[in-house]
Design a protein around this ligand. Structure first.
Ligand SMILES: [Zn+2]
Length: 152
C-alpha cells in the first residue's frame, strides 16, 4: 500500500533544477519546467535540441524550437546540463553534471560517457593567477562499417 504514495523528493534531479533556477533568480516558467522534466525524467542521456523539440511536440506542448535552444543554453550557463559540441553544427546536451568525458561515435552520431579515471591527462601547470575551471575531452571514433564496405 505504501508503495503508491508519492512523496516529494527534494533531491530528485528535476527538483534540484527548479531550486537552481530559483537560486539564480530565473523564474521557473511552465516552459522551463516542461523542458527540465523532459531532460531529467528519462535517466542519464545526451540529447540534441532538435530531438528534445520532437519530444515536446509528442507531448503536445507549445514550445518553439527557438525556446528549446534558448533554454538549453541557459541551463548550460547555470551548470544544470553540459553542452557537448560534437562538431561545428551539432551539440548534444548531457544531463549528468558530474565530471566525466565523452566518446563520440561519429558515424552514428552517438555519445557515450567515459569516467574521468579512464583517461590520464597530463595537464601543464598554470600560472598562479589562473584557476582550472573545467576539462572537456571528446574522444572521436568511427565504426568499421566504411572499411568493411571498401574491402568487399
Ligand atoms: Zn555525458
Amino acid at each position: 500500500m505504501l508503495k503508491n504514495i508519492k512523496t516529494y523528493n527534494p533531491l530528485s534531479d528535476y527538483n534540484k533544477v527548479i531550486k537552481k533556477l530559483n537560486n539564480n533568480g530565473v523564474r521557473p516558467t511552465k516552459q522551463r519546467m516542461v523542458l527540465a522534466k523532459l531532460l531529467f525524467e528519462k535517466g542519464k542521456r545526451h540529447v540534441s535540441a532538435e530531438d528534445l523539440y520532437i519530444e515536446v511536440r509528442k507531448e503536445d506542448r507549445r514550445i518553439s524550437l527557438a525556446t528549446v535552444y534558448n533554454t538549453l543554453k541557459q541551463f548550460t550557463k547555470l551548470g544544470i546540463i553540459r553542452e557537448v559540441v560534437v562538431d561545428q553544427n551539432k551539440s548534444l546536451y548531457c544531463n549528468d553534471y558530474k565530471s566525466h568525458y565523452h566518446l563520440y561515435i561519429e558515424d552514428e552520431g552517438k555519445v557515450v560517457d567515459i569516467p574521468t579515471e579512464n583517461i590520464n591527462l597530463d595537464l601543464p601547470s598554470f600560472p598562479a593567477c589562473l584557476n582550472l575551471h573545467n576539462v572537456d575531452v571528446i574522444v572521436r571514433v568511427r565504426t568499421l562499417k566504411d572499411i568493411i564496405k571498401k574491402t568487399n
